[in-house]
Design a protein around this ligand. Sequence first.
Ligand code: SF4
Length: 100
Amino acid sequence: MSLADSSPPPPPLQAWIRNECEARWHALANCLGKDPSIFFPEDTVSNRPHLYDEARRICEACLVQVQCAEAGKHEQLGMWGGMSPSERHPKKVRLKLVLE
Ligand code: SF4
């Protein structure tokens, strides 16, 4: 394959590129180097949506939201893929509110 060749890479190369991107998505994260407390606020009990406002702004411009959301889909705390815990687990929050 020459540089002038614009055809897509052959399937094994496509698979390798996809695997590399999946394995290294965190290197493209918009939150890289940011204060972790923005994404994991100490006040996790009240679950107030505004706690995640700054994180939400950072996540909105992130190129790897999909990969992050997949990685954090079972996490109970923090912002993952631009979603707060109550956005990832709406049923759990509803159940908590009913029980309180
Ligand atoms: S979507 Fe995930 S990886 Fe991207 S900035 Fe938000 S928390 Fe970080």
